[in-house]
Design a protein around this ligand. Sequence first.
Ligand SMILES: [Zn+2]
Length: 267
Amino acid sequence: PVTRVRLQGVGHVKVHQHRPVVGKVKTVSVKREGRRWYVILTAEQTAPEPLPQTGSMVGIDMGITNFLADSGGEFVPNPRHGAKAAARLEAAQQALARCKRGSRRRRKAVEVVARLHRKVRRQRLDHAHKTALGLVREHDFIAHEDLRIRNMSKAPAPKPDPATPGSFLPNGAAAKAGLNRSIADAGWGVFLTILTAKAACAGREVMAVDPRNTSRRCPQCGHTAKENRPTQEKFHCVSCGHHAHADTVGALNVLRAGLVRREAQPA
Ligand SMILES: [Zn+2]
Protein backbone atom coordinates (compact mmCIF):
# COMPACT_ATOMS: atom_id res chain seq x y z
CA PRO A 1 0.00 0.00 0.00
CA VAL A 2 1.07 3.58 -0.69
CA THR A 3 1.16 5.89 2.29
CA ARG A 4 2.73 9.20 3.27
CA VAL A 5 5.53 9.98 5.66
CA ARG A 6 6.53 13.47 6.77
CA LEU A 7 10.29 13.93 6.93
CA GLN A 8 11.82 16.91 8.70
CA GLY A 9 13.14 19.44 6.17
CA VAL A 10 11.71 17.49 3.25
CA GLY A 11 7.98 17.44 3.76
CA HIS A 12 5.54 14.71 2.87
CA VAL A 13 6.80 11.89 0.65
CA LYS A 14 4.88 9.00 -0.79
CA VAL A 15 6.16 5.59 0.31
CA HIS A 16 5.29 1.99 -0.37
CA GLN A 17 4.69 0.37 2.97
CA HIS A 18 6.14 -3.14 3.00
CA ARG A 19 4.83 -4.19 6.38
CA PRO A 20 2.54 -2.77 9.04
CA VAL A 21 4.00 -0.71 11.88
CA VAL A 22 3.45 -2.45 15.19
CA GLY A 23 3.95 -0.49 18.40
CA LYS A 24 5.04 3.08 19.04
CA VAL A 25 7.48 4.55 16.51
CA LYS A 26 10.76 5.53 18.20
CA THR A 27 13.12 6.49 15.36
CA VAL A 28 12.85 7.26 11.65
CA SER A 29 15.81 7.06 9.29
CA VAL A 30 16.28 7.21 5.54
CA LYS A 31 18.60 4.92 3.58
CA ARG A 32 19.56 4.81 -0.10
CA GLU A 33 20.21 1.59 -1.97
CA GLY A 34 21.04 2.02 -5.65
CA ARG A 35 18.29 4.27 -7.02
CA ARG A 36 15.85 3.44 -4.26
CA TRP A 37 15.24 5.17 -1.01
CA TYR A 38 14.02 3.44 2.10
CA VAL A 39 12.39 4.81 5.21
CA ILE A 40 13.27 2.68 8.23
CA LEU A 41 11.20 2.88 11.36
CA THR A 42 12.01 1.36 14.70
CA ALA A 43 9.13 0.81 17.08
CA GLU A 44 8.78 -0.02 20.72
CA GLN A 45 6.59 -2.97 21.54
CA THR A 46 5.21 -4.05 24.84
CA ALA A 47 6.96 -7.19 26.08
CA PRO A 48 5.42 -10.15 24.29
CA GLU A 49 3.96 -12.91 26.41
CA PRO A 50 5.73 -16.26 26.33
CA LEU A 51 3.80 -18.98 24.53
CA PRO A 52 2.43 -21.89 26.56
CA GLN A 53 4.67 -24.97 26.81
CA THR A 54 3.93 -27.67 24.24
CA GLY A 55 6.22 -30.41 25.58
CA SER A 56 7.68 -30.80 22.09
CA MET A 57 11.34 -30.68 21.05
CA VAL A 58 12.68 -30.58 17.51
CA GLY A 59 15.92 -30.75 15.55
CA ILE A 60 16.23 -29.17 12.10
CA ASP A 61 18.54 -29.93 9.19
CA MET A 62 18.90 -27.17 6.59
CA GLY A 63 19.44 -28.14 2.98
CA ILE A 64 19.31 -27.16 -0.68
CA THR A 65 16.53 -29.48 -1.91
CA ASN A 66 14.45 -28.83 1.16
CA PHE A 67 14.82 -25.59 3.05
CA LEU A 68 14.70 -27.71 6.15
CA ALA A 69 13.82 -31.17 7.39
CA ASP A 70 12.74 -31.68 10.98
CA SER A 71 13.28 -34.59 13.35
CA GLY A 72 9.56 -35.43 13.18
CA GLY A 73 9.90 -36.36 9.50
CA GLU A 74 8.37 -33.13 8.14
CA PHE A 75 9.91 -31.06 5.33
CA VAL A 76 9.73 -27.37 4.52
CA PRO A 77 10.47 -27.17 0.78
CA ASN A 78 12.60 -24.38 -0.60
CA PRO A 79 10.22 -21.75 -1.95
CA ARG A 80 9.78 -22.09 -5.72
CA HIS A 81 10.21 -18.38 -6.23
CA GLY A 82 13.63 -18.73 -4.65
CA ALA A 83 14.89 -21.02 -7.40
CA LYS A 84 13.26 -18.86 -10.07
CA ALA A 85 14.83 -15.71 -8.70
CA ALA A 86 18.22 -17.43 -8.44
CA ALA A 87 18.03 -18.45 -12.12
CA ARG A 88 17.09 -14.92 -13.18
CA LEU A 89 19.83 -13.50 -11.00
CA GLU A 90 22.35 -15.82 -12.58
CA ALA A 91 21.26 -14.78 -16.09
CA ALA A 92 21.44 -11.11 -15.09
CA GLN A 93 24.95 -11.55 -13.72
CA GLN A 94 26.08 -13.27 -16.91
CA ALA A 95 24.64 -10.41 -18.95
CA LEU A 96 26.47 -8.00 -16.70
CA ALA A 97 29.75 -9.86 -17.16
CA ARG A 98 29.43 -9.40 -20.95
CA CYS A 99 29.00 -5.61 -20.75
CA LYS A 100 31.92 -3.30 -21.41
CA ARG A 101 33.28 -1.48 -18.38
CA GLY A 102 31.98 2.04 -18.08
CA SER A 103 29.24 1.53 -20.70
CA ARG A 104 25.63 2.60 -20.39
CA ARG A 105 24.49 -0.98 -20.85
CA ARG A 106 26.65 -2.04 -17.97
CA ARG A 107 25.08 0.57 -15.68
CA LYS A 108 21.65 -0.75 -16.61
CA ALA A 109 22.75 -4.35 -16.07
CA VAL A 110 24.06 -3.42 -12.62
CA GLU A 111 20.64 -1.97 -11.81
CA VAL A 112 18.91 -5.19 -12.92
CA VAL A 113 21.18 -7.30 -10.72
CA ALA A 114 20.58 -5.01 -7.76
CA ARG A 115 16.79 -5.16 -8.29
CA LEU A 116 16.81 -8.96 -8.38
CA HIS A 117 18.94 -9.07 -5.24
CA ARG A 118 16.36 -6.90 -3.47
CA LYS A 119 13.54 -9.16 -4.62
CA VAL A 120 15.33 -12.30 -3.43
CA ARG A 121 15.96 -10.61 -0.09
CA ARG A 122 12.31 -9.65 0.44
CA GLN A 123 11.03 -13.11 -0.49
CA ARG A 124 13.60 -14.78 1.71
CA LEU A 125 12.59 -12.63 4.65
CA ASP A 126 8.93 -13.45 4.21
CA HIS A 127 9.58 -17.18 3.97
CA ALA A 128 11.91 -17.09 6.99
CA HIS A 129 9.29 -15.35 9.14
CA LYS A 130 6.61 -17.91 8.31
CA THR A 131 8.86 -20.93 8.83
CA ALA A 132 10.28 -19.61 12.12
CA LEU A 133 6.82 -18.77 13.45
CA GLY A 134 5.62 -22.34 12.77
CA LEU A 135 8.54 -23.86 14.67
CA VAL A 136 8.30 -21.49 17.63
CA ARG A 137 4.57 -22.14 18.02
CA GLU A 138 4.97 -25.91 18.03
CA HIS A 139 8.14 -26.57 20.01
CA ASP A 140 9.71 -25.63 23.36
CA PHE A 141 13.22 -26.58 22.30
CA ILE A 142 14.72 -26.15 18.82
CA ALA A 143 18.19 -27.44 17.89
CA HIS A 144 19.86 -26.38 14.64
CA GLU A 145 23.24 -26.74 12.97
CA ASP A 146 25.86 -24.13 13.78
CA LEU A 147 26.37 -22.47 10.38
CA ARG A 148 29.76 -21.05 11.31
CA ILE A 149 31.16 -24.54 11.84
CA ARG A 150 29.31 -25.90 8.83
CA ASN A 151 30.61 -23.27 6.42
CA MET A 152 34.19 -24.05 7.29
CA SER A 153 33.87 -27.50 5.78
CA LYS A 154 32.09 -26.45 2.56
CA ALA A 155 33.32 -25.55 -0.92
CA PRO A 156 34.77 -22.03 -1.30
CA ALA A 157 32.31 -19.22 -1.92
CA PRO A 158 32.28 -17.51 -5.34
CA LYS A 159 34.71 -14.61 -5.70
CA PRO A 160 32.91 -11.26 -5.64
CA ASP A 161 33.63 -8.99 -8.60
CA PRO A 162 35.46 -5.99 -7.06
CA ALA A 163 34.26 -3.70 -9.89
CA THR A 164 30.57 -4.42 -9.23
CA PRO A 165 29.33 -4.94 -5.71
CA GLY A 166 26.77 -7.73 -5.53
CA SER A 167 28.04 -9.65 -8.55
CA PHE A 168 30.53 -12.47 -8.93
CA LEU A 169 33.43 -13.22 -11.24
CA PRO A 170 32.52 -15.96 -13.71
CA ASN A 171 34.32 -19.21 -13.03
CA GLY A 172 32.07 -21.77 -14.71
CA ALA A 173 30.24 -24.50 -12.84
CA ALA A 174 31.96 -23.63 -9.60
CA ALA A 175 30.50 -20.13 -9.77
CA LYS A 176 27.02 -21.50 -10.36
CA ALA A 177 27.21 -23.99 -7.52
CA GLY A 178 28.84 -21.35 -5.38
CA LEU A 179 26.15 -18.80 -6.18
CA ASN A 180 23.31 -21.21 -5.35
CA ARG A 181 25.20 -22.07 -2.21
CA SER A 182 25.75 -18.47 -1.19
CA ILE A 183 22.09 -17.61 -1.78
CA ALA A 184 21.09 -20.59 0.35
CA ASP A 185 23.62 -19.71 3.04
CA ALA A 186 22.31 -16.17 3.24
CA GLY A 187 18.78 -17.58 3.52
CA TRP A 188 19.68 -19.81 6.44
CA GLY A 189 21.52 -17.00 8.19
CA VAL A 190 18.49 -14.74 7.94
CA PHE A 191 16.19 -17.56 9.01
CA LEU A 192 18.26 -18.42 12.10
CA THR A 193 18.42 -14.77 13.13
CA ILE A 194 14.64 -14.50 12.91
CA LEU A 195 14.12 -17.87 14.61
CA THR A 196 16.35 -16.87 17.51
CA ALA A 197 14.55 -13.54 17.95
CA LYS A 198 11.06 -15.10 17.83
CA ALA A 199 12.10 -17.86 20.21
CA ALA A 200 13.46 -15.34 22.71
CA CYS A 201 10.15 -13.43 22.65
CA ALA A 202 8.13 -16.61 23.12
CA GLY A 203 10.31 -18.04 25.88
CA ARG A 204 11.54 -20.92 23.71
CA GLU A 205 15.02 -22.40 23.80
CA VAL A 206 17.19 -22.47 20.65
CA MET A 207 20.48 -24.38 20.57
CA ALA A 208 23.21 -24.38 17.87
CA VAL A 209 25.15 -27.61 17.56
CA ASP A 210 28.26 -28.85 15.79
CA PRO A 211 26.92 -30.33 12.53
CA ARG A 212 29.82 -32.71 11.89
CA ASN A 213 28.80 -36.38 11.69
CA THR A 214 25.10 -35.58 11.97
CA SER A 215 24.54 -37.21 8.56
CA ARG A 216 26.44 -40.44 9.36
CA ARG A 217 25.12 -41.62 12.70
CA CYS A 218 22.28 -44.15 12.86
CA PRO A 219 19.46 -42.86 15.08
CA GLN A 220 18.40 -46.47 15.84
CA CYS A 221 21.64 -48.16 16.87
CA GLY A 222 24.26 -45.39 16.99
CA HIS A 223 26.50 -46.95 14.37
CA THR A 224 28.44 -44.13 12.68
CA ALA A 225 29.87 -44.65 9.19
CA LYS A 226 30.15 -42.84 5.89
CA GLU A 227 28.69 -45.98 4.24
CA ASN A 228 25.40 -45.37 6.09
CA ARG A 229 24.63 -42.73 3.49
CA PRO A 230 24.74 -44.30 0.02
CA THR A 231 23.26 -41.24 -1.73
CA GLN A 232 22.52 -37.60 -0.93
CA GLU A 233 18.92 -38.46 0.02
CA LYS A 234 19.14 -41.97 1.43
CA PHE A 235 20.21 -43.15 4.83
CA HIS A 236 20.63 -46.90 5.23
CA CYS A 237 22.45 -48.19 8.31
CA VAL A 238 24.99 -50.89 7.37
CA SER A 239 24.80 -52.28 10.91
CA CYS A 240 21.09 -52.55 11.79
CA GLY A 241 19.42 -51.91 8.43
CA HIS A 242 17.47 -48.82 9.58
CA HIS A 243 16.57 -46.62 6.64
CA ALA A 244 15.05 -43.17 6.34
CA HIS A 245 15.39 -39.90 4.46
CA ALA A 246 18.95 -38.68 5.06
CA ASP A 247 17.75 -35.19 6.05
CA THR A 248 15.36 -36.59 8.66
CA VAL A 249 18.27 -38.58 10.11
CA GLY A 250 20.36 -35.39 10.09
CA ALA A 251 17.62 -33.54 11.99
CA LEU A 252 17.30 -36.35 14.58
CA ASN A 253 21.05 -36.22 15.19
CA VAL A 254 20.93 -32.43 15.48
CA LEU A 255 18.20 -32.76 18.13
CA ARG A 256 20.24 -35.37 19.98
CA ALA A 257 23.38 -33.20 19.87
CA GLY A 258 21.31 -30.25 21.11
CA LEU A 259 20.01 -32.20 24.09
CA VAL A 260 23.53 -33.45 24.91
CA ARG A 261 24.77 -29.88 24.80
CA ARG A 262 21.94 -28.66 26.99
CA GLU A 263 22.73 -31.34 29.59
CA ALA A 264 26.37 -30.25 29.59
CA GLN A 265 25.54 -26.60 30.25
CA PRO A 266 25.75 -25.31 33.79
CA ALA A 267 22.24 -24.65 35.08
ZN1 LIG B 1 21.70 -48.68 12.81
